[in-house]
Design a protein. Structure first.
Lengths: 318, 541
């Protein structure tokens, strides 16, 4: 297992005749997804638009998105990995255990039907949300769905994409990758980048109380972190940069109001398919941009004496 | 002002071959004389023009995908510790941006050409190039599977296609045109490839890879771009592909062209069991066709990751090796595939590949037309260039290495029979003077008056691998960046691009078409010139 077979959203618009949403509710969480990229657009090779596409929704409850789907598969909570594994077996014409199928909330006929449709598709895509990647099984579920899409390429064209949200989370992932080599969970405490999800990822670090200060940008962990993490952020010097007062601002020592990027500040945002879009300000703001605040903090820090003796610092090629 | 005195100077572009003479620098350029200023005593050192990498993958969506896909490789990369002057980073197979600048400069290379940029994500490539310090940069846009261009070529509208290509180059703020597996990546959007040059491409009624190659070569010539069409041929990396390569070269007759990473296109045999080197055949062709240049794309044994816009090739590699596979299809333009790979000296296929890269460098007689590359990171990482230099300069060492390979290698390649050894002057040609000339960068790759003051000073050593590994001094644009082997002074690089002549009315044609098939607003598509670090627009003439 491993790898990722994906595409930019225009490929879906132009070619996809079979679209699966798994563990997400795009109708309410990504409300433009159907109309801009996937279902209703007329594509270069799907000229009939919605009629030329089949949509399957896999979820544990019937959300508003089910109304848009041709097929709704309501699965038992926490069974994503098992279902993905059964689908992968069926793709390869392997026998599957009836008892295992019975656990999933679906019938073998339903599962076989999905597999047949996947193989018949000219261009298939699976979008997966946090209902898959953040529930029982977590990263194993993501590996399962990515492997399913990769393996379908033995039969037809098939791709897979996570439904990312929260503003420019993809942009943060991209910049961290080119500057440190890793997408998240990076520690620079030894002076060079190290990666260990579970040890250095934000939630684990904060819940354990390993950090003794926090600078929070473009996120509101005070609203989403487990309680021990929230308690820790309230205990340490926490600084929030945000255009609005957030839950985190209320427990922080310092809140700095900044201009809204894309409204009053320029920049770049990366779409969920990692395509960069330029952001151009349309209104003036009395507040500084995030970049300006961070730059001024850096300048102020640079005037402080180094905390580590110079002998601890090595340079390359020495 | 700076004077480098007492060193043995190798400046083949100006006919200087190991002569002890002064090199004078003022305002970032080479000048005839300086009065005062600093003097570097280069006695016992050899003085080279800064290296120029004509084909490398150091920035952009594909490379960043590879970084994210292979944390196990990043983990083993050389750590760069944050200091007052240096940014933190990692070396290794896919170095981080800051480390990339440090590693190239730390080896004496001062100009790099990023060889594969989708226009749709060119803004991202420029963000990474912006964060790649010291070296000067240029980049090439992917055009041989751009469906707007392909549709025009199929309709025979070459003139309009020329304006579109010109507009697209400027939109991406690029320096030239790259063609990868012409038609094959477009076919890959339907899970197919384009393996026959004269056959119609999947999804098209009459358009063939041959027509795309001929069309783009003409368009690049008509736009008078300083760098010719930069071509990655069809059927990369497969046994027997030399016939495709030769057919491609015949299509290119009458045009300028640069053939990328020729090592991957020079195989005979019918399958993986019978693969053999056909480097001699290609070298023979090159020796008689001065319209062509190439870079070796040499391969060295070890772990790496393969990254290419050639999506179907990576699917094949994934099927062969069973290792993890990344793929991104980019709407209407191109694709990208990634598979980690290990080249093993015990494997006959890899042994043949290793030999082919060296054979090409040794059998193409004119060093001005074959350049030192590894198609980083595909054949090996760029920071391993000194290993290749040693293999080229030391025939005895090379023959020793062959002995460690499967004996059958001797029947499949002619490397053991080649006695040629590169001279220092020839190394300066394939690593600096030649690629600069092929890129059309007249101020790079030499030490004549008016050239950019990019200079590398190496300590003489009988082992050329060691000689070229760590320069004692590196001067970039007149700044001493490496001093006594230490990276001390980190400057920003410039970026080269072109603004080809095209009819402005072409936007009126492109806009409605674009809005129909893309998911980005047409006005957001072109990269703003303000995003480039020190842009330097080169003339098209």
């Amino acid at each position: 297992m491993g790898g990722k077979i994906t595409c930019t959203l225009g490929e879906v618009k132009n070619r996809a005749d079979f679209i699966v949403y798994w563990g997400g509710n795009p109708a309410e969480c990504h409300p433009r997804h159907f109309t801009k990229y996937t279902l209703t657009q007329k594509g270069k090779f799907v000229p009939e638009g919605r009629k030329g596409r089949t949509m399957v929704l896999v979820d544990i409850r019937e959300t508003l998105s089910a109304k848009a789907a041709d097929i709704f598969l309501q699965i038992r909570p926490g069974m994503d990995f098992e279902i993905l594994t059964i689908l992968r077996a069926l793709v390869k014409n392997q026998r599957v255990n009836a008892a295992a199928v019975a656990e999933t909330g679906l019938t073998l006929e339903q599962l076989q039907d999905v597999v047949d449709r996947m193989k018949r598709a000219k261009f298939g895509v699976i979008f997966f949300g946090m209902g898959l990647s953040m529930t029982r099984g977590k990263h194993m579920n993501s590996a399962g769905v990515l492997s399913l899409a990769a393996e379908l390429n033995e039969f037809t064209k098939f791709v897979c994409m996570p439904m990312r949200g929260h503003g420019n989370v993809t942009g943060s992932d991209m910049v961290l990758r080119w500057s440190t080599g890793y997408p998240f969970g990076v520690s620079l405490s030894r002076g060079y980048p190290r990666f260990n999800p579970g040890e250095f990822s934000t939630v684990d670090l904060i819940v354990r109380g390993d950090n003794d200060a926090a600078l929070i940008l473009g996120a509101d962990p005070g609203a989403t972190m487990p309680q021990p993490g929230i308690d820790h952020l309230a205990r340490i010097p926490t600084i929030v940069l945000d255009p609005k007062v957030t839950h985190t601002s209320r427990l922080a020592r310092v809140h700095i109001t900044t201009a809204v990027t894309g409204v009053s500040a320029p920049g770049t945002a990366y779409r969920m398919d990692e395509i960069p879009l330029p952001l151009r300000p349309i209104l003036a703001s009395p507040y500084p941009t995030d970049e300006e605040v961070v730059r001024r903090i850096r300048q102020a820090v640079a005037t402080k004496p180094a905390w580590a003796p110079a002998t601890h610092v090595t340079t390359p090629f020495s | 002002m700076l004077r480098i005195t007492g060193g043995r100077v190798y400046d083949p572009a100006n006919g200087v071959d190991g002569v002890v003479k002064d090199v004078c620098i003022a305002d970032g350029r080479i000048v005839p004389q300086v009065e005062g200023g600093r003097t570097i005593d280069a006695t016992g050192l050899i003085v080279f023009p800064g290296g120029v990498d004509i084909h490398t993958h150091v920035a952009g969506a594909a490379l960043n995908f590879a970084r994210g896909l292979t944390p196990e490789n990043m983990r083993r990369g050389l750590p760069f510790v944050h200091t007052k002057d240096l940014r933190a980073g990692l070396g290794g197979v896919t170095p981080t941006t800051f480390a990339t600048g440090y590693l190239y400069a730390g080896m004496g290379w001062t100009t790099v050409n990023e060889a594969a940029v989708p226009i749709l994500s060119a803004r991202h490539t420029h963000e990474e190039l912006h964060d790649t310090p010291i070296v000067d940069k240029s980049c090439l846009v992917l055009m041989a599977n751009n469906e707007i261009v392909l549709d025009l070529l199929e309709a025979g509208e070459v003139e309009r296609a020329t304006h579109v290509v010109g507009w697209l180059i400027w939109a991406a703020k690029a320096y030239g045109v790259k063609a990868v597996n012409p038609g094959g990546v477009a076919a890959w959007k339907w899970g197919k490839d384009a393996k026959v040059l004269s056959g119609p491409i999947e999804g098209y009624s009459s358009l063939t890879p041959a027509a795309i190659i001929a069309g783009l070569a003409k368009i690049v010539d008509d736009l008078k771009l300083p760098h010719p069409l930069h071509l990655h041929c069809n059927n990369l990396g497969t046994p027997g592909n030399v016939s495709t390569t030769l057919e491609t070269l015949k299509i290119l007759e009458g045009h300028r062209a640069h053939l990328a990473h020729l090592q991957f296109h020079a195989y005979g045999g019918n399958d993986w069991g019978t693969i053999r080197s056909e480097a001699a055949v290609l070298a023979e062709y090159f020796n008689t066709h001065p319209n062509l240049t190439t870079d070796a794309g040499a391969m060295l044994f070890g772990d790496t990751v393969t990254i290419t816009a050639d999506g179907p090739l990576e699917h094949l590699l994934h099927q062969l090796s069973g290792r993890k596979w990344g793929n991104v299809d980019v709407e209407n333009e191109t694709g990208c595939g990634i598979v980690p790979h290990t080249y093993k000296p015990s494997k006959l296929v890899n042994a043949v590949q290793w030999a082919v890269g060296l054979e090409l460098l040794l059998l193409i007689n004119d060093p001005w037309r074959v350049f030192l590359t590894t198609d980083h990171p595909n054949g090996a990482c760029f920071w391993r260039y000194p290993e290749i230099i040693r293999l080229l300069m030391d025939a005895e060492f090379r023959k020793e290495q062959i002995k460690a390979l499967p004996p059958e290698t001797l029947n499949r390649t002619a490397l053991a029979d080649i006695d040629r050894q590169y001279t220092l002057s020839e190394i300066a040609i394939i690593s600096a003077a030649g690629p600069a000339r092929a890129l059309g960068l007249s101020q790079k790759g030499h030490l004549g008056v008016g050239a950019d003051a990019d200079v590398a000073l190496y300590e003489e050593h009988p082992d050329s691998g060691i000689l070229f590994e760590y320069p004692r001094y590196v001067i970039k644009g007149g700044d001493v960046v490496v001093e006594e082997g230490q990276l001390r002074n980190v400057s920003n690089g410039r970026q080269f691009l072109v603004h080809p002549a095209f009819d402005d009315q072409i936007e009126a044609y492109l806009r409605p078409l674009f809005q129909k098939v893309y998911t980005m607003s047409f006005d957001n598509y072109p990269v703003e010139i303000e995003r480039l670090q020190e842009p330097d627009i080169k003339p098209c003439a």
